[in-house]
Design a protein around this ligand. Structure first.
Ligand code: ARG
Ligand code: ZN
Length: 907
């Protein structure tokens, strides 16, 4: 896998394949140590080709033999292999190619291609895993129909699955059996999948909108069967939602979901056979939290929605990845929001509560975007949502491609409105069903169907970085006008900083605004130059088309000086810079009709204080804080008109990573000191309120567990209030936390109490922590939580993490376990990871060295934990650089890890 000079691939170099493939027939003789794969496929010359040779791809894929039209080929004479390319120069216009390869799934620890996990066989082919199974044109613009024959031991592997429909199965001599599957839809190789093993199945069926009955199956290990129902419920909800909101139906006779413990990502949308990380599919109140339930619903939705956005219409090349991922994330976010709003409406019968439930999801999505994507977009790996180059596509399954990609779709939805957006989707499918296309094809469909000009908007696909929007307002009391001045700027980032990169141009930003009157109510809006007829007369939120570097918008008929509510609902992925006083922000918290902006105003109030405190902490000055936040917190705690979930958002101080991004120099230790100080400052001022609120929340009648957003919101608030109460230093809080831990009848309550204790009062946590391990020893997903909550605790340092890494239950081979400990430490505990002695970086380098030999894709993800090293204070920067250089010099570093480390050191 080692490449001495990293090869960069460019989007502009795309060439269509010389040959198209119509059908693929595969036969697998499955065995852990020696699996033979016989593949036969028919090719014909591509009329659109600009090259003539047939190029097949392979990676760590031992070739037994290859034939064209029945003639055995000889390396050197008939074909050559260079890197991952097998080139056959002399080819007839049509041909049948046969390839036999020999694999050892048990030895494959990369979890790409065909591998073994807990005695079962699984595949993962996206992006370039199919080339680890056989030599084939492994590129997404080659779509073919697959027939797959699986043969395996009947006892060890009773369940045999592949894409599409089961057409035949039966016994074979020697205790073996077979199953033959046929997928009626042409697909790219990255959507191929097989599963073989001992699995239990939960079955159901659904009647689609057009009245056809479809079989639904969730395959899991037997002991997990009781944890499969929520995934099934989520699948059925997803199918309904896609019919109702997008008019898209399930196109297969059966739809299967399979759980696997060893998996690099969340899940994979293989046609008709979605394969899921157990962490994204299993859910039961005793072992999973409310957040886990929400994630399962979102990921089941995400993979199901890919069936149209990704599978029916796929990507021409991997630079277009956001075409399917950004769009599908947008769809899963909307699904979750609609589901939450629906549930709250049913429970409370009140539209305001439903809107607040939606806002909670939006706040969460934006929080994630800022904590991961904004950070990525300011570092060495920054790239546009449609990158222009990469060394290894495995590194581009990023927050930018996914989460910012979703924001870019959301902005189009905002600019077009729901109705025209749906027309655009219809046109996209009408034009491109069954094709492999580009992001430009998508925006063209949106533009053509709506008549909205997206020419400038397309820059969101080609320019990286987070634009900064500066806003200033001026009220003219005599003329009754309010003028909003917006300026945008976006610095070059990542690859854009290399010589020769073009200048950046202004973005088309849909900028949603409202004006709040002195009475706290929204004012009707009328832009100067427009008549009341062409704006909606009653509209109190307007989406401004902000296109220039600097632009003014004047509102007329404004009777009083307003308070502007800017970027409502986070209408664009930008950083808003706006000078508001504490009083204005507090007013906004109390009155903004846009729930997102209410929470945003709270974040600003908190951030302002945290930045000041951090500076003082860094300078060794004593810390002090005013009464603004304690007073606001008290009001919010007592406000019965607020839903619990929304209240929780209001009471959450900005996370450490976001504080770091606001500073020129990253000082994780000072940030930690500042944040803990502010939490304790608020908590001790509110000790009594917190005790009372906690008792109210926890004391209510015990109800049967349900993951719905109203109940989940209540539990989230309970846990948050408990944590603040613990931070107040009240001994009663410790008793309450221990009681909650013991008496909990669900994982959210149990883990909430335990995590708060471990974090805040570690001495009191020892017993419950040991109890937790014993109780859940046999459940890997729960033990992951045990590792994570310790790794991310305030007092944890790298020596503690090293100790946990030596625990008998720890392994680098399982990505969930590895992430729980290593990412839990580096990402959720920056003060521990960036400790002054550099021990965090030494741990990082040592771990990458081991991990890269096991699983390059995951090692490369881990390498990204150092993305922001240039922002560190000089003493730490030196140590970080030394650790990076040490890894860079390792022999045999994998391609994805080498790309990340290389960019970290050179950009
Ligand atoms: N398409 C999958 C999803 O977003 C992600 C698969 C990426 N796999 C990988 N090994 N990089 O649902
Ligand atoms: Zn996806």
């Amino acid at each position: 896998m080692r490449t001495d000079t990293p090869v960069t691939i460019y989007r502009k170099d795309y060439t269509p394949p010389a040959f198209l493939v119509d059908t693929v027939d595969m036969g697998f003789d499955l065995d852990a140590r020696k699996t033979l794969v016989a593949t036969q496929f028919t090719v014909r010359r591509n009329p659109a080709a600009r090259t003539t040779a047939l190029v097949l791809h392979g990676r760590e894929c031992p070739l037994v033999w290859i034939e064209v039209n029945g003639k055995r080929l000889k390396e050197g004479r008939d074909f050559k292999i260079e890197g991952e390319d097998l080139t056959i120069a002399e080819m007839p216009d049509t041909a049948t190619v046969r390839v036999v390869t020999k694999l050892a799934p048990a030895k494959n620890s990369s979890l790409m291609g065909l591998y073994e996990s807990r005695g079962n066989f699984f595949t993962q082919c996206e992006a370039e895993g199919f080339r680890r199974i056989t030599w084939f044109p492994d590129r997404p613009d080659v779509m073919a129909k697959y027939t797959v024959m699986l043969r395996a031991d009947r006892k060890a592997h009773p369940v045999l699955l592949s894409n599409g429909n089961l057409i035949e199965s039966g016994k074979l001599p020697g205790g073996r059996h077979y199953a033959k599957w046929e997928d009626p839809f042409p697909k790219p190789s990255y959507l191929f999948a097989l599963v073989a093993g001992k699995l239990a199945v939960l079955e159901d069926s659904i009647k689609t909108a057009s009245g056809k009955k479809k079989l639904l199956q969730v395959y899991v290990e037997k002991q997990d069967l009781k944890r499969a129902q929520w995934a099934m419920d989520s699948l059925k909800a997803s199918i309904r939602w896609d019919e109702q909101r997008f008019g898209l139906e399930l196109d297969l006779e059966r739809f299967m979901i399979v759980a696997v413990s060893d998996f690099n990502m969340g899940a994979m949308e293989n046609k008709g056979l979605n394969i899921f990380n157990t962490s994204a599919v299993l859910a039961h109140k005793d072992t999973q939290t409310d957040d886990d339930f929400a994630r399962v619903e979102a990921v089941v939705g995400h993979e199901y929605f890919h069936n149209w956005t990704g599978n029916r219409v796929t990507c021409r090349d991997w630079f277009q990845l956001t075409l399917k991922e950004g769009l599908t994330v947008f769809r899963d976010q909307e699904f979750s929001a609609d589901m939450a709003a629906q549930a709250v409406l049913a429970a409370k019968g009140d539209a305001r509560a439903a809107a607040s439930a939606r806002a909670v999801l939006r706040i969460g999505n934006v929080m994630d975007l800022r904590a991961s994507q904004f950070v990525e977009d300011a570092g060495p790996m920054a790239h546009p949502i449609r990158p222009d180059s990469f060394q290894d596509i495995a590194n581009f399954y990023t927050a930018t491609v996914y989460e910012k990609g979703s924001e870019v779709i959301r902005m189009q939805h905002t600019l077009l409105g729901e109705e025209k957006f749906l027309k655009g989707m219809d046109l996209y499918f009408a034009r491109h069903d069954g094709q492999a296309v580009t992001c430009d094809d998508f925006t063209a469909a949106m533009q053509d169907a709506s008549g909205v000009d997206l020419t400038q908007f397309r820059r969101w696909y080609s320019q990286a970085g987070t634009p900064v929007v500066e806003a200033g307002g001026e009220y003219d009391a005599a003329a009754h006008t309010y003028t909003l001045t917006l300026k945008q700027h976006c610095a070059k980032v990542g690859v854009e900083t290399l010589p020769g990169a073009p200048e950046k141009l202004p973005f088309h930003i849909p900028f949603a605004v409202g004006l709040i009157g002195p009475d706290g109510h929204d004012m009707p809006l009328q832009l100067s130059g427009s008549t009341t007829a062409d704006t909606h007369t009653h509209a109190t939120t307007l989406v401004l088309d902000f296109r220039e570097a600097e632009q003014r918008f004047t509102f007329v008929n404004v009777p009083h000086a307003p308070l502007p509510s800017l970027l409502r609902g986070f209408s664009a992925p930008v950083t808003l810079s706006w000078d508001a006083s504490d009083e204005q922000l507090a007013f906004q918290v109390a009155h903004d009709s846009d729930a997102f902006n209410r929470a945003e105003a709270m974040q600003r109030l908190g951030m302002r204080r945290l930045l000041k405190l951090t500076q003082r902490a860094a300078a060794g000055q004593p810390l002090e804080a005013d009464a603004v936040l304690p007073e606001l917190f008290a009001k919010i705690l007592a406000d019965d008109s607020l839903d619990a979930a929304f209240k929780t958002e209001l009471l959450m101080l900005p996370p450490e990573v976001m504080i770091g991004e606001q500073m020129d120099e990253l000082d994780a230790t000072a940030i930690r000191a500042a944040r803990v100080f502010l939490i304790k400052h608020i908590a001790s001022a509110l000790k009594k309120d917190l005790a009372r609120t906690y008792r109210q929340l926890a004391g209510g009648k015990a109800r049967a567990y349900s993951p719905d957003p109203v109940s989940a919101g209540r539990r989230a608030l309970t846990n948050m209030v408990l944590a603040y109460w613990l931070d107040s230093g009240d001994a009663d809080a410790v008793k309450a936390a221990l009681a909650q831990y013991k008496q909990a009848d669900n994982m959210t309550a149990r883990l909430g109490a335990l995590a708060a204790l471990v974090n805040i009062v570690p001495d009191a946590a020892e017993k419950p922590l040991a109890d937790f391990y014993k109780r859940y020893e046999d459940n890997a997903l729960v033990i992951d939580k045990w590792f994570r909550l310790q790794a991310s605790a305030r007092s944890t340092r790298s020596r503690d993490v090293l100790k946990l890494a030596r625990h008998k239950a720890f392994t680098l081979k399982n990505p969930n376990r590895m992430r729980a400990l290593v990412f839990g430490f580096a990402m959720s505990n920056p003060a521990g990871f960036h400790a002054a002695d550099g021990s965090g970086y030494a741990f990082w380098a040592d771990t990458i060295e081991k991990l890269d030999r096991i699983n390059p894709e995951i090692a490369a993800r881990m390498a990204r934990l150092m993305d922001r090293w240039r922002k560190l204070a000089p003493a730490l920067r030196v140590q970080a650089e030394a650790a990076l250089k040490r890894v860079a010099q390792l022999k045999g570093l994998s391609k994805p890890t080498a790309e990340v480390i290389g960019k970290s050191l050179s950009i």
